[in-house]
Design a protein around this ligand. Structure first.
Ligand code: PLP
Length: 386
């Protein structure tokens, strides 16, 4: 297997799995119990809070653990104090956990929604952003890095525009964390979402940065855990995992240079073999691990299955949109014609991806793609692969 679907999810790091286990088998106390077992769990959460905060330059008391990135996003979008303002401004390439929710809030009349377009490189249109952020805007919510293309948005500019109008800002940093440096202080952001399974912690653990002093209403009431923002007994082993994964991600950030080299090698070789492919987002700053490639006239699902037969795991758009017809909505939002949107696939690497795996992918993928072109009666395109 060559696993190139790390934006969908990552393998749990060995150190992370090892750090979790004692909190299932030995230190399983409820962190709110006053006895020694409870205190042990509570201390472990405090440590994880410090580690997670350090990954993004936050204070530990500004980190709230949640069950996933989707929940972190929902807490902000549903719970933000709007101070009489009704408008939420977002972009046309947001993850479903943001777009489905703000669309629903707009449909039921709770908010007014403005969706700002992107250009063909996936960059958010800053002129339209500036027009849309106005005195009625309560919140601007955008991704720091796009999950399908890896495009890194110009969030400093967007945050500046929001500040001029007194609007709050939420960044969905689920794909960015662990791949590029993040500093909430220099960004001057109010809320920022993280998800552990994108940086080698297990699935089912997320975190939300809430700038000290910002107010959010909780989604549900209960025992008042996480300072009342997220009631429910804390998932201590998963929280420990998130902390350890965050600490390792921060330490090993320089390894992303190697990840970028491997990604670039793969892109260059595919471009040589298929000069007409489009690397989506290539004209913008991008995450080092992501290659989103449109193979004209092919169907992304066929490519995914074709590569899967050869033991290569990739995806067509985001994992959540797999199986949905008509090509990637994100690539369509980038004004790409249908023949490019429907043939777009994502290769996403991690620090565990080896140069040998990329060599094998470089050997295998061109023949597989040519086979798909042939099976569709389209002219096979040939060229040097390395
Ligand atoms: N936001 C982005 C940008 C994502 O890529 C994802 C997951 O793919 C999410 C949010 C949702 O995260 P989770 O799977 O932890 O709910």
């Amino acid at each position: 297997m060559i696993y190139l679907d790390n934006n969908a999810t990552t393998r749990v790091a060995d150190e992370v799995a090892e750090a979790m286990l004692p909190f299932y088998r030995e230190h399983y106390g409820n962190p709110h119990s006053v006895h020694a077992m409870g205190r042990k769990s509570n201390e472990a959460i405090m440590q994880a809070r410090r580690q997670t905060a350090a990954l993004i330059g936050a204070r530990p008391d500004e980190i709230y653990f949640t069950s996933c990135g989707t929940e972190s996003n929902a807490i902000v979008l549903r719970g933000v104090e709007r101070n009489g303002r009704r408008k939420i401004v977002s972009s046309s390439v947001e993850h479903a956990s943001v777009m489905a929710l703000v669309s629903e809030l707009a449909r039921n009349g709770s908010i007014e929604l403005a969706v700002v377009r992107v250009d063909e490189n996936g960059a958010i249109d800053l002129d339209q952003m500036s027009e849309q952020i106005d005195d009625r805007t309560a919140l601007v919510t955008v991704m720091l890095a796009q999950n399908e293309t890896g495009v890194i948005h110009q969030v400093e500019r967007i945050i500046g525009l929001a500040r001029e109008k007194g609007a709050l800002v939420h960044l969905d940093a689920v794909q960015a964390a662990g791949k590029i440096p993040i500093d909430v202080r220099s960004l001057d952001v109010d809320f920022l979402s993280l998800s552990g399974h994108k940086f080698h912690a297990p699935k089912g653990i997320g975190a939300l940065f809430v700038r000290a002093g910002s107010k959010l209403q909780s989604l549900w009431l209960g025992g008042g855990q996480e300072k009342g923002l997220r009631s429910g007994t804390e998932a201590v082993p998963s929280i420990v995992a998130m902390g350890v994964a965050a600490a390792i991600a921060a330490d090993r950030l320089p390894e992303q240079d190697h990840v970028r080299e491997q990604r670039d090698r793969l892109e260059i070789s595919l471009q040589k073999a298929f000069p007409e492919i489009v690397i989506n987002g290539q004209g913008q700053p991008r995450l080092p691990n992501t290659a989103n490639i449109s193979f004209p006239d092919l169907l992304s699902e066929f490519i995914v299955y074709g590569l899967d037969d050869a033991g290569i795991c990739i995806s067509a758009g985001s994992a959540c949109s797999s199986g949905k017809e008509g090509g990637s909505a994100v690539i369509k939002a980038m004004h790409r014609p249908d023949r490019l949107a429907s043939g777009a696939v994502r290769f996403s690497l991690s620090r565990y991806t080896t140069a040998e795996e990329i060599d094998r992918a470089i050997d295998l993928v061109p023949d597989l793609i040519n086979g798909l072109y042939r099976s569709m009666g389209l002219r096979p395109v040939t060229g040097a692969t390395r």
